[in-house]
Design a protein around this ligand. Sequence first.
Ligand code: XMP
Length: 541
Amino acid sequence: MTSQTQTSQAPNESAAATDNPALNRQMLAILDFGSQYSELIARRIRETEVYSEVLSYRTTAEQLRQLNPKGIILSGGPSSVYDEGAPACDPEIWNLGIPVLGVCYGMQLMVKQLGGQVERAERREYGKAALQIDQPADLLKTVSDASTMWMSHGDSVVNLPDGFEVLAHTQNTPCAAIAHPQKHFYGVQFHPEVVHSTEGSSLIRNFVYDICQCEPTWTTEAFVEEAICEVRARVGDQKVLLALSGGVDSSTLAFLLHQAIGDQLTCMFIDQGFMRKREPERLIEIFDKQFHINVEYIDAGDRFLAKMKGITDPEEKRKIIGNEFIQVFESESARLGPFDYLAQGTLYPDVIESADTNVDPKTGERVAVKIKSHHNVGGLPKDLRFKLIEPLRKLFKDEVRKVGQAVNLPEEIVRRHPFPGPGLAIRILGEVTPERLHILREADYIIRQEVRRSDSYHDFWQAFGVLLPVRSVGVMGDQRTYAYPIVLRLVSSEDGMTADWSRAPYELLESISNRVVNEVEGVNRVVYDITSKPPGTIEWE
Ligand code: XMP
């Protein structure tokens, strides 16, 4: 999905739902056999500007025929094809006449189902391997000989089915890439989707464009146009409510909806009192004053703070804040309404149906999907009186940012660091009191100012302070002090799942420490957290 043009133009008002570009959009289907990389395959394909979806491996050939994908990818997975109950695809898929690429387990399954043989290898291969190309044809035509690919497998293909040939091997894997050129079936034992496979994206591109003959139709502009058409067709002249948090998802959604339906949209911004300094004011300024989007500001700070009295357990804090949020939302939406629709910024990773493919990588057993309720404190009640619209439900986070840019969301929100729903309440360890909240808010403000001043905001995934509920002795002038420490947390990360503590310049650490201790009453010490994730988490609660 590209975003070269930053269009602010809403598509033609007269565009009818039947002009919807989605109807002509080409797609690739990924059948998920439980690999941790299935989503990554989808992202890599979308990076080539072709739409892709992750589907259950149980999707039947008939269902696929209806979806009409230009190609099918069978993902990797933790099982062995010979395990009892190992997941398998509908064998009719081989008669659809659609190109297939099997990745790791997907390739082994292809070989087994088509009459070849897979065996447990003498040595498990894990890590980087040099791909020796035997046939530099279609799938590998742009891949250099001896390029690095990432391997992670126990089983190996030992006999190819009829009509297949070897395209490449590695030192330990004779059949590292295979093809049935007439039928357009391909298999790779390695994982082209991971970053360690240096030319993996190029291989994926060859599959998408040369073998599946796709065209680049998944662009930001096409998505925005399509989403706006869909929203208009669905909503008509009815009213839509959106719970705005100021994060990139709900803000992008607000801008998109505003382009689609203008004043029929109302954004409800509930300030729970745990936002950062000047954040609520800035949000109102941008949405209301600058872009004339209807925002109802609900100041519920006192209410939330009262509920925090005596609460020290992190999960209890989250639960209380979540429940309170729902109550405020319900009463305020009744007051402001009626509304017909509720818009939610649900993203694709939340949607992927993996219930029947989630497999424990250690045991190979299927396990129940764990919903990440932990992060959804802004979650809304199940028995909603509204109809739901979720225009971002096909997008990955990086795609949301591109859509945000395309609908003119200011850069400061598009590229904003993540900020947890419960806000500063989970950055004050122990009980949240007005005094502690004030101290952390001031310290956090200085941290953000200094990070911006040193021009390093985008070097970090997050940059913030944590207040510890202990006091230590210090000295200021001739006075002995006894005050709180602030923990400085600066981390780098790709996606928040893992993170590294940042090797920030001493000058930055020094300026933050000096200013926080000198300017924030109640703090006499700044310490730097040098723990990565894992084993630490990014937040302290
Ligand atoms: P952890 O602390 O689990 O955080 O390493 C990973 C990412 O998630 C954010 N985070 C939250 N976001 N509600 C949210 O909306 C929460 O309760 C929450 N807890 C953590 C965190 O800031 C980081 O980006």
